[in-house]
Design a protein around this ligand. Structure first.
Ligand code: SF4
Length: 360
């Protein structure tokens, strides 16, 4: 039996929608931070169900989309080194670098393999002691603890031919940058369920405290998302600004303490570049000194130059919620999922991919 079935029940969905229509008495713009929410919102046609004065915009919560060209270029450079098995989650394969993607590197002879967990890469390293196995570590707090665990496993088993090319990011400070900007006025945040299952609700408290707007941590079923929107509208109507958890079945207030502990054991905060947002202090995760031997950047000493974004691609503005993909002149003409110009069209969580599939 599908435990989420009740969260798609048409009668319950309609009841919440009725409440939303009752309470939506002014124009509001809400940002869904997370790419998984963006896809769910499009897949279930939620934007079309909402009153015209409740506008949803998408945020920067797709890890593939906010990864720089430079990161892809480094990955390609390492993958093309002799004796390397380069492993990655499938989503990164087709992301264009400034010259080629990992998929194209593979086509030209590099040993690039898709894995479903970084621990698979450790196992691969164990069974290929004469090779260097590198894992492309892209993700937010959701995936970072597993990547930290893979480093600890490699350390414990002395798998010294394993390393990570790390571009991990943490969400909360990126939200601070978005909310501080005057580019887009955001009245409330629909916060990511998966990231919050790890970090809990406390890291979002600044949203209410510093910016005076509501933030609700939402699940991914239609009823979850609609309930979260209703909770935000209710707070706005009552002139409240607080952090609430709608997704209680997945998110404890304190998060996952064990996962956070593993994360802190291996990584420390560092400044990190986000496509569309620039360098944001403290939003990256750097391997601690004790684990630097697992740092592929150090091991391979690759230096690739910074590259501008592809000509005409407006991914940055899409990721800041400043425009929709429909406003990008390349959308669906030059840029399609088959021939993507920017990462936002490649990723299964990308806003441009969501608009292409459901929103044209
Ligand atoms: Fe970039 Fe393509 Fe999106 Fe335009 S449609 S912003 S080119 S990814």
């Amino acid at each position: 039996m599908n435990p989420n079935k009740g969260y798609r029940d048409p009668a319950r969905v309609k009841a919440v929608l009725d409440k939303i229509y009752e309470i939506a008495d002014r124009p509001v713009t809400l940002m869904e931070v997370c790419g998984t929410h963006t896809m769910a919102i499009f897949r279930h046609g939620i934007r079309k169900l909402l009153p015209a004065n409740v506008k949803l915009i998408s945020g920067p919560g797709c890890p593939v989309c906010v990864t720089s060209h430079k990161a892809v270029d480094e990955a390609v450079a390492i993958a093309l080194e002799p004796n390397v098995i380069f492993t990655t989650f499938g989503d990164m394969m087709r992301v264009p670098g400034s010259r080629i993607s990992l998929a194209q590197a593979k086509a030209s002879g590099a040993d690039v393999r898709i894995v479903y967990s970084p621990l698979e890469a450790v196992t691969l390293a164990q069974s290929n002691p004469d090779k260097e196995v590198v894992f492309f570590a892209i993700g937010f707090e959701t995936t970072s603890p597993t990547i930290a665990a893979s480093v600890l496993t490699a350390e414990e088993l002395a798998v010294n031919n394993f390393s990570i090319l790390g571009y991990l990011k943490t969400i909360p400070n990126a939200l601070r940058v978005l909310l501080s900007s005057e580019e887009v006025k955001i009245d409330g945040l629909i916060c990511p369920g998966h990231v919050s299952a790890v970090i809990g609700s406390e890291p979002y408290e600044f949203v209410a405290r510093e910016f005076g707007i509501p933030a609700v941590i939402a699940g991914f079923e239609p009823l979850d998302i609609l309930q979260s929107i209703y909770m935000i509208l209710w707070q706005l109507k009552a002139n409240l600004a607080k952090v609430e958890i709608q997704y209680r079945r997945g998110v404890p207030k304190e998060g996952n303490l064990h996962a956070m502990e593993v994360l802190r054991q291996v990584f420390e905060p560092a400044d990190e570049y986000w496509r569309g947002l620039g360098i944001i202090p403290g939003t990256g995760l750097r391997l601690k000194d004790a684990y630097q031997k697992f740092n592929a950047k150090v091991k391979f000493n690759v230096e690739v130059p910074d590259q501008p974004e592809p000509k005409g691609c407006r991914c940055g503005e899409v990721l800041r919620g400043a425009i929709t993909p429909l406003e990008c002149p390349l959308f669906a003409k030059v840029c399609t999922p088959e021939k993507p110009v920017g990462a936002c069209m490649v990723s299964v969580e990308g806003t441009c991919a969501a608009y292409y599939k459901y929103g044209r």
